[in-house]
Design a binder for this molecule. Structure first.
Ligand SMILES: [Zn+2]
Length: 279
């Protein structure tokens, strides 16, 4: 199945590898997709690059002397279990945080080729049929950096798996920014250029109806007790819109095409087909 667009329809028996930057990306991000794939008979493996030690603590959460990275690694393991995925050891990198000079061994501080190599080792060991990573459209520098590394690593794999980016719809992000400006005006995303957050509809190649997995998704999200999810406090309508459909962009990875080309590639635009073939 490698190299085929199998997200829709033929997940049974396939191996889906989810590569994310921080504990919580697998749940705050593509958690419903993971639950959907497991339910459809896929084996899902989560590879997280860091222990998320630069994360901001939820109000009222006490570490009681514990290391935040260790706490978040445990939260990741618990969330993955809820979703039905197994977890690999992290890539051993540091969380770069939102700003400032990144540490040399962080996702953004590490030489890009080395980051690609680390992802490549995991691809070689795991031999997934499908790889999913975040589109990096929420503006976190670790997400975009890791996305670029995953694209490069998949391009260089012996047997390239199908590759999808998990996207935040741009229209929902605009609504999110409006609500968040009232709810939590100090949230880091609001310092970014709001109009650039999220992915335009014409870059999305598949939309999965994941409404059957909403309860599981919330349970996984809430396993990350040390963190405040971006859905906390949203209006029910907007939270439901985010959490009941997953938007994916299939990445073509022939030689010469790189992440910078993603915005210009042509793509089907039928967003109403919940399980349609994304090809
Ligand atoms: Zn993240």
């Amino acid at each position: 199945m490698a190299g085929q667009p199998v997200i829709a329809g033929s997940l049974a028996g396939s191996h889906l590898l989810v590569v994310v930057a921080h504990p919580d990306d697998e749940s705050f991000g593509c958690g419903s997709l993971i639950a959907h794939a497991v339910d459809a008979g896929a084996q899902v493996t989560v590879c997280c690059a860091t222990r998320g030690e630069a994360g901001e603590l939820s109000p009222g959460f006490e570490l009681h002397g514990r290391d935040l990275g260790a706490v978040r690694a445990e939260e990741l393991a618990a969330a993955a279990e809820v979703l039905g995925a197994r977890c690999l050891p992290t890539l051993g990198l540091l969380d770069s945080g939102w700003a400032g000079e990144p540490a040399p061994t962080s996702i953004c501080g590490l030489h890009f080729d080395e980051l690609v190599d680390r992802v490549g080792v995991v691809l070689g060991e795991q031999r997934p049929d499908i790889v999913v990573t975040l589109a990096g459209d929420d503006g976190h520098r670790d997400h975009t950096r890791l996305r670029d590394a995953v694209i490069r690593a998949v391009r260089h794999a012996d047997i390239p798996p199908a590759l999808y980016l998990w996207c935040l719809p741009r229209d929902l992000m605009r609504r999110w920014a409006t609500e968040m400006a009232e709810l939590r005006p100090d949230t880091a995303h609001l310092a970014l250029e709001i109009a650039t957050l999220g992915t335009e509809p014409d870059a999305v190649t598949a939309v999965l109806d994941t409404s059957d997995h909403l309860t599981t998704r919330w349970t996984a999200i809430r396993a990350h007790r040390s963190q405040t999810s971006p859905y906390e406090g949203l209006s029910p309508a907007l939270a439901t819109a985010f959490l009941t459909a997953d938007h994916l962009a299939e990445v073509s990875t022939p030689a010469g095409l790189d992440a910078t080309d993603l915005g210009t590639r042509s793509a089907p635009t039928d967003l109403t087909a919940p399980l349609g073939d994304p090809a």
